[in-house]
Design a protein around this ligand. Structure first.
Ligand code: GAR
Length: 189
């Protein structure tokens, strides 16, 4: 079966992008990376992607406005043949228009057990609430922030003395296991 072409959008270090790209190297993986795109031309993950011979695209929305920025991203993704978009630490909200164009074909990894803790500072809020477990979720992206169908989750215990940083590091290990598996299932749908 032909592999589904995935575009990965990042804003920073791109460790989830790396996990997705490494998993894509398996001969039987259902997806391949068509392009890695970023709203931050200086994103560390972009350098890694270039070093690994992935097609990259970078454009800052600063100065051109969101509609022009998103039109350029959309064009780059389509030119690369992307069929699915995987957000991986992409810290910018997609417009309703963009989401509608790619309806049902955008997934995201979020560092909480959704529907708990949508938005930012997920780990700090989980600790503050006295939760015993935290974790991460992969979900379909809709117009509602972190609100689409949950495709998969992994739980991580919150240990006594955890800070947002120590918890984030432990959750990240699970993100790297969860995301490639869930994306592979999604791409094979
Ligand atoms: C990850 O923990 C991801 O779950 C989170 O940002 C980090 C990106 O790390 N995403 C969000 O908070 C989205 N709202 P990475 O760049 O190393 O993959």
């Amino acid at each position: 079966m032909a592999k589904r072409k995935v575009a990965i959008l990042i804003s920073g270090r791109g460790s989830n992008m790396m996990a997705l790209a490494k998993a894509a190297q398996a001969a039987d993986c259902s997806y391949e990376i068509a392009i890695v795109a970023s709203d931050r031309p200086d994103a560390a993950g972009l350098a890694w992607a270039r070093e690994h011979n992935l097609v990259t695209f970078a454009l800052s929305p600063k100065g051109i406005g969101k509609p022009a920025y998103e039109a350029a991203i959309d064009g780059a993704l389509r030119e690369a043949g992307a069929e699915v978009i995987a957000l991986a630490g992409y810290m910018r909200l997609l417009s309703d228009e963009f989401v509608a164009k790619w309806r049902g074909r955008i997934v995201n990894i979020h560092p909480s057990l959704l529907p708990k803790y949508k938005g930012l500072d997920t780990h700090g809020r989980a600790i503050e609430a006295g939760d015993a477990v935290a974790g991460c979720s992969v979900h379909v992206v809709t117009e509602e922030l972190d609100g689409g169908e949950v495709l998969g989750q992994a739980e991580v215990p919150i240990e006594p003395g955890d800070t947002a940083e120590t918890l984030a590091a432990r959750v990240l290990v699970e993100e790297h296991r969860l995301y490639p598996r869930v994306l592979a299932d999604f791409a094979a749908r």
